[in-house]
Write a protein that binds this ligand. Structure first.
Ligand SMILES: O=C(O)CC1=NCN=C1
Ligand SMILES: [Zn+2]
Length: 420
């Protein structure tokens, strides 16, 4: 039988478990790592997985020798603010002076300065900039991504951002899930009229769904932004309009976002640095995935990280994401987040790999399509320049990806070192 592609001589093939829903608690400790493996691809899908010995007799149009390295499913980044204008390096000095994130926002900086730059950028400019960052994510092994709006805070610019995501999906072979985060901050023109602003954002839900511009709706539930009651109102209306639900929850203050997300059946609750014991208990009893963003905690110079160990030990499902954005976590490198998860969240290598693949896929409603490799699934995979799967969380801050494939087609590979 002639396959399109045969990937052979794989040192370790990482195969997270697909059970139909996210892996919770003890399930996250399980990770199938197939030694001396091989797999075959035809018409973009995996058609066979087995031992390298069996594969010796196979024919294929293309044979890829993995040189006894690690091969994994393409990584899934379930929380990014990919589309935005401008940059915020000028705020670094404020952060170094100890000005808190919410204070910078209250002064009209932070998100609001990115809103200004995003309004002023054309759709093409936003597309070109997002393409640059998306290609960098892919070069670090990410093949499925979530991307939010939230830097418009008004109809025209929110739709402009969501149209950029739609065009990125059309141009690139990677899969991008789109999230409407209209209630991301309160524009100065609505100071004192927060509920009126929220009504305006809820008024966009029907149009966005009709135009198929977003799969999820999200809100920044935080002190000085949106309260629990405002978040409940928005998320319930979003659910009525057919959106999956996400929430920026308990990032800085424990407002009860985890409890709200679990009670509404949200796909995910994200950040959760200040999540309460009750919130963690409710998460563990729900299908809501806890999406943790240790890169943001690191970048904001915070001492306390999300209580991942308690979440997993109490039976919750945990995923990891970059939270790539211009203000609170400026990195596209999900591998760095894997290292922070090991060092600061005390997650095991097996839990980390599940958290950047199958659980991340479930957090964005893509569990059936991404996050693992199996016969019949799309062949999105990464060849890593490492000998074993524990090495990536261990060796941080660099890019271990050697080549990245989507539907069995190579879309990025590291250029070999020059010949001297
Ligand atoms: O600061 C930003 O641009 C992104 C962000 N929203 C909520 N937390 C971080
Ligand atoms: Zn975010």
């Amino acid at each position: 039988m002639d396959f399109d592609l045969l990937v052979h001589n794989i040192g370790q093939l990482i195969l997270p478990a697909y059970t139909g829903k996210s892996l919770k608690g003890e399930e996250m400790k399980q990770l199938t790592v197939k030694e001396s493996a091989a797999f075959a691809v035809s018409d973009g899908k995996v058609t066979w997985i087995g031992s390298d010995a069996e594969a010796k007799s196979f024919n294929a149009k293309v044979k890829l020798d993995a040189e006894e390295k690690v091969v994994s499913p393409g990584l899934v980044d379930p929380h990014t603010h990919l589309v935005f204008g401008g940059t915020r390096e000028h705020e670094l000095a404020l952060k170094q002076e100890g000005v808190p994130y919410l204070e910078i926002l209250a002064r009209g900086g932070g998100i609001l300065s990115t809103v200004e730059a995003t309004k002023n950028a054309t759709l093409q400019e936003l597309f070109d900039k997002a393409s640059f960052h998306l290609e960098r994510m892919v070069s670090h092994g990410t093949t499925t991504i979530e991307a939010k709006s939230g830097y418009g805070l008004e109809r025209e610019t929110e739709l402009k951002q969501l149209r950029v995501v739609k065009q990125l999906n059309e141009k690139y072979p990677v899969s991008i899930v789109s999230t409407f985060l209209g209630p991301h901050a309160i524009p100065p023109s609505y100071n004192g009229k927060e509920n009126e602003f929220l009504q305006d954002m809820m008024g966009l839900l029907e149009e966005i769904k009709e135009k198929n511009l977003a799969d999820f709706a999200d809100i920044f539930c935080e002190t000085g932004v949106f309260s629990i009651e405002q978040s409940r109102l928005f998320l319930q209306r979003a659910k009525e309009n057919g959106f999956g639900l996400k929430i920026h929850a308990d990032e800085i203050d424990p407002l009860g976002g985890a409890e709200l997300a679990s009670s509404l059946g949200a796909a995910s609750a994200d950040h959760l640095v200040a999540a309460s014991d009750e919130g963690i208990r409710m998460l563990s009893e729900s299908e809501t995935v806890a999406v943790l963003l240790p890169g943001t905690t690191f970048y904001l110079g915070k001492e306390h990280y999300a209580r991942a160990r308690k979440m997993i030990d109490d039976g919750a499902a945990v995923a990891l994401a970059t939270d790539f954005n211009p203000g609170s976590c400026v990195t596209e490198n999900l591998q760095l987040i894997m290292s922070l998860a090991a060092l600061k969240l005390k997650m095991t290598s097996e839990e980390i790999w599940n958290a950047v693949t199958i659980n991340a896929a479930h957090a964005i409603g893509k569990g059936e399509l991404a996050g693992t490799l199996d016969v019949g699934r799309q062949a999105d995979f990464v060849v890593w320049d490492v000998q074993n799967y524990k090495y990536i969380p261990y060796h941080y801050g660099v890019n271990h990806a050697k080549s990245v494939y989507v539907s069995g087609q190579i879309i990025w590979e590291r250029m070999p070192f020059g010949k001297f």
